[in-house]
Design a protein. Structure first.
Length: 131
């Protein structure tokens, strides 16, 4: 594609190094850095299952689009990790595809196209009225 293999390998290595430090609880909040860049604090929020933190902090390096689209949340309370609804299977295929099955079931039972669009694009907590 026109990129030198060494340049691609270097970028992969730098990205892996950046991702490595994001996955720690040892680094505290970093002040102004947290508002601009993805930091361990922001990444903890991204992985948290707290209701206030769901669907937040998607930025890989910068948080520009999180600020633009209103998905930025600073870490204000301790993060709780895990699924919002537990998965009771140890079957890896079931674990990987269970949410797709749930979405398909919701789409099948939707009463009209607006509900189908909402199931696909609204918040995961969205439910149709009178359900």
């Amino acid at each position: 594609l026109g990129f030198q293999p060494l340049a691609v390998a270097t970028m992969f290595a730098l990205n892996l190094l950046y991702q490595f430090w994001l996955h720690t609880e040892l680094v505290p909040r970093l002040g102004w850095f947290d508002r601009v860049f993805n930091s361990p604090s922001n990444h903890r929020v991204h992985h948290a299952s707290n209701p206030d933190y769901l669907d937040c902090n998607f930025g890989g390096v910068t948080l520009l689009f999180d600020h633009v689209f209103g998905t930025y949340r600073p870490e204000t309370t301790p993060c709780h990790y895990g699924l919002t609804t537990p998965e009771y299977s140890y079957n890896p295929l079931r674990i990987v595809f269970s949410e797709w099955l749930h979405i398909g079931r919701d789409l099948y039972h939707a009463r009209h196209w607006r509900e189908r669009l909402a199931y696909l694009f609204a918040s995961p907590a969205w439910q149709p009225k009178n359900s």
